[in-house]
Design a protein around this ligand. Structure first.
Ligand SMILES: [Zn+2]
Length: 69
């Protein structure tokens, strides 16, 4: 998870990489492979800043790649 906030799992958004390498929301947690969890829009921004996605997905994710609002 991108932040160190302790949140119940149902409050987290699961992100996964699709077959084209794009990072997408995975609400049903059905996509295989690498995943990452964020708890909200601010958390997503933080994850981009800290390059947490780069570690999780081995690609660069920008703030505009994902809209959690
Ligand atoms: Zn968070």
């Amino acid at each position: 998870m991108a932040c160190r906030r302790v949140a119940p799992k149902h409050e987290l958004h699961r992100l996964a990489a699709d077959s084209g390498g794009e990072v997408v929301l995975d609400p049903a947690a059905t996509r295989p492979g690498r995943g990452a969890y964020v708890c909200g829009p601010a958390c997503h921004v933080e994850a981009v800043r800290r390059r947490a996605y780069q570690r999780a997905f081995r690609r660069t994710v920008t703030i505009s790649d994902l809209d959690l609002s």
